[in-house]
Design a protein around this ligand. Structure first.
Ligand code: FMN
Length: 219
């Protein structure tokens, strides 16, 4: 394992963006999950868990959050954010994005832009999923929040999330969905943080305790 600075992954080496353009588009979103407990749960507040993903690990995080909230009696829809057409049926929204190239994914950002007024007037929570959280320390959380949450809070100041979840992500070369650019980035990341073909930094216990905290606030 290379011993590069722990926070290197939080700061953008801009040459990567040029490389990305040169090597072509990333894979289309894979592993989308659409789920609902509306039929089995009645009477609870209606919550939308909307997420953006490329390779599916964020979809699985969204599903797990949805399951936790369903078990508490909320009526939850888990939706790929690009498939959400209206918010009027919901009492609250939990929005999550994977982090790619130091930013939220475009469909999650478009969702904020297109629904700013509605989201400003209802309870909202954000979560992000990224390799940056491969080590869950207070210092790293602080750096990740500054890099990936603060710019969104600044761009959409009227949307005031009641909670923000910062979660480690996952990579898996065996899925063979990665384009050349992604493989290049992931090989470098693997050298920095010490993995070869796959890694999964998602802490399900932590994710579900965060979902429960959000549930407490939405009760
Ligand atoms: C090309 C590429 C760029 C990435 N850029 C970042 C990044 O800037 N910050 C970060 O924390 N994670 C980054 N990651 C890691 C992903 O956020 C992580 O693997 C996440 O779990 C992917 O989510 P998904 O499976 O829902 O697409 C990157 C991964 C790839 C393949």
């Amino acid at each position: 394992m290379l011993h590069l600075p722990l926070y290197a992954w939080n700061f953008p080496p801009f040459f990567l963006w040029a490389l990305n353009d040169a090597l072509g588009p990333k894979a289309a979103a894979a592993g989308l999950i659409e789920d609902s407990c509306e039929g089995s749960v009645t009477g609870g507040k209606r919550i939308l868990v909307a997420y953006d993903t490329i390779h599916g690990s964020t979809a699985e995080v969204a599903k797990s959050i949805g399951d936790t909230l369903c078990a508490r009696g909320f009526q939850v829809d888990v939706r790929f954010v690009g498939n959400v057409t209206a918010l009027q049926d919901y009492d609250a929204v939990i929005l999550g994005s994977a982090i790619y190239e130091f930013r939220w994914l475009p469909d999650a950002m478009a969702f904020l832009k297109n629904n700013t007024a509605a989201l400003s007037a209802m309870p909202v929570a954000y979560f992000i999923v990224g390799a940056s959280l491969f080590q869950d320390t207070p210092e790293n959380r602080d750096a990740v929040k500054k890099s990936f949450i603060d710019p969104v809070l600044t761009e959409y100041p009227d949307i005031k999330p009641l909670s923000i979840g910062l979660f480690g992500g996952a990579v898996d070369f065996k899925k063979e969905q990665y384009n050349l650019f992604e493989k290049f980035v992931l090989r470098i990341l693997g050298l920095i943080v010490g993995f070869k073909d796959s890694a999964d930094w998602r802490n399900w216990e932590y994710i579900n305790s965060w979902a429960n905290e959000v549930g407490d606030q939405l009760q």
